[in-house]
Design a protein around this ligand. Structure first.
Ligand code: HEC
Ligand code: HEC
Length: 158
């Protein structure tokens, strides 16, 4: 059941990844910080070789409790961009700068709760289809609005 949930979650955020322009392709090669020019490592080499020279051994997430533990880093980063955009925040809203594995920020705990909530909503109401996402409620804000904009008593009615 846990893995079914996780799968639904991957699906949910996977489809978010398809939002136009929101997320770069997860298979895009990671650029070394500082963007070392390709000329420095020569032309005509295989992409795998280039990757190794750029970034050493592949980084793997250390502290995943909701997503599958073996989620590849580029895929995870793509999901994170969608989450950040959905709430209209930067990464440091939930993460200690330079240490995304840290659980020091309370907002990261809330986000885990929300991830499980969204998976449950989709499981229980939409046969696991990713109909509801962070953006469904948040709409680019950290505080969703739960009341419709009805004007003072009696006035907003038609
Ligand atoms: C709204 C909160 C939130 C925002 C904003 C956010 N993240 Fe995350 N991030 C999380 C949560 C929650 C987890 C842990 C998920 C889990 O437990 O499966 C996580 C995990 C990660 C991890 C894995 C760390 C590890 O080693 O376990 C990385 C890397 C990461 N985020 C990068 C980013 C980046 C880059 C951004 C900005 C583009 C970002 N995050 C924005 C909530 C957030
Ligand atoms: C069903 C509506 C709904 C969905 C879907 C939803 N949220 Fe929320 N979220 C809320 C509400 C309401 C609050 C404010 C109340 C609270 O903080 O408990 C909130 C608050 C938060 C906060 C705390 C913000 C702050 O200022 O402290 C974070 C972080 C968050 N949500 C992350 C997420 C993430 C990540 C997702 C997607 C996985 C998500 N939410 C999906 C309704 C939703």
């Amino acid at each position: 059941m846990r893995s079914a949930r996780a799968a639904a979650l991957v699906l949910a955020l996977g489809s978010l990844g398809a939002l136009p322009g929101a997320v770069p392709s997860p298979t895009m090669p990671r650029r070394a910080a500082g963007g070392a020019p390709a000329a420095a490592v020569g032309r005509g080499r295989g992409p795998g070789e280039l990757d190794q020279q750029r970034s050493g051994p592949p980084r793997t997430p250390k502290n995943l409790q909701v997503f599958p533990k073996d989620t590849p880093m580029p895929e995870l980063t793509a999901k994170m961009r969608v989450i950040a955009a959905s709430l209209g925040v930067k990464c440091v809203f939930c993460h200690v700068r330079g240490d995304c594995a840290s659980d020091a920020k309370p907002t990261k705990h809330v986000a885990r709760r929300m991830l499980r909530m969204v998976a449950a909503i989709n499981d229980n109401n939409f046969s696991g289809r990713p109909e509801v996402s962070c953006y469904t409620c948040h709409r680019g804000s950290r505080r969703p609005v739960s009341q419709p904009p009805i004007r003072a008593r009696g006035r907003g009615r038609r």
